[in-house]
Design a protein around this ligand. Structure first.
Ligand code: SF4
Length: 255
């Protein structure tokens, strides 16, 4: 529905969601169901009731395009010459239709726009977003088609077409890999990741360990969180060196 934008959070002074200092808008709704997801409040596209420490609330607030534009522009003085607004989620591109007026208005005002996306979205939504968004930060997860469908609920072929389209456009600026011992960090997936990154040489890669910091949010929604076995820094560093030795611009980050 046009102009009905559902947001769970607007985070200011972000340094890792694109160039410069940024305001990051967290949108509700996701096309995937990653077992390790640490943002359960962003999975459903609709507002959801929660209870935390005896206090009741709602995850998700509805904004009009005008309200959202006004809200983020309050931060303009902090962005400097490089910063701007990043849309994240959930799957930020799921609300592309509703956000189009926001994208257009911010672009008209010269604001740099970025999106963090898992990219499992219909091609039409990506094309529309590409008319406005400067930089795309793209997750890379399970690269085996059947496992991707079974574990994440995603269509890998669609994802790969979207990655290729973005790469050709020059707007694919960064890959991010959430490292999960059972799936994305399995030996087989690491082999697939290596070939994948070699195909897209020149695009930097950030790797990070999944964590259980979302546990309280699961509790507040009355759900149990998947048991996360966090990978140690050393394992990530070793993997990062393997990628670097293969000519990939990799680094380990904490998220
Ligand atoms: S893509 Fe992100 S928000 Fe969606 S389920 Fe996976 S981890 Fe959660």
């Amino acid at each position: 529905m046009k102009n009905r934008i559902i947001i769970t959070n607007i985070q200011r002074m972000c340094f890792h969601d694109g160039p410069g200092i940024r305001t990051t808008v967290f949108l509700k709704g996701c096309t995937l169901r990653c077992p390790w997801c640490s943002n359960p409040e962003n999975l459903s596209p609709l507002p959801e009731d929660y209870e935390k420490d005896g206090i009741h609330g709602v995850y998700g607030r509805e904004y009009t395009a005008d309200e959202l534009v006004k809200m983020v522009l309050k931060d303009r003085d902090f962005w400097g010459t490089e910063g701007g607004v990043t849309f994240s989620g959930g799957e930020a591109l799921m609300q592309t239709e509703a956000l189009e007026d926001v994208f257009r208005e911010l672009k008209n005002r010269g604001v740099h726009l970025a999106v963090e996306t898992a990219l499992f979205v219909p091609e039409g939504l990506l094309e529309k977003a590409m008319s406005y968004i400067d930089d795309f930060i793209v997750d890379v997860k399970i690269l085996e088609s059947s496992l991707c469908r079974e574990v994440l609920g995603g269509n890998l072929e669609l994802y790969l077409r979207n990655v290729s389209r973005l790469y050709e456009s020059g707007r694919l600026k960064l890959f991010r890999v959430p490292c999960c011992r059972e799936y994305t960090f399995s030996e087989r997936n690491r082999e697939l990741l290596m070939s994948f990154f070699q195909k897209y040489t020149g695009i930097p890669v950030q790797i990070f360990a999944i964590h259980s910091l979302g546990e309280k949010k699961y509790q507040s929604l009355g759900r149990a969180m998947w048991k996360v076995e966090e990978l140690g820094w050393e394992a990530l560093e070793t993997y990062c060196r393997e990628l670097q030795q293969a000519g990939i611009l990799a680094e380990v980050i904490r998220i």
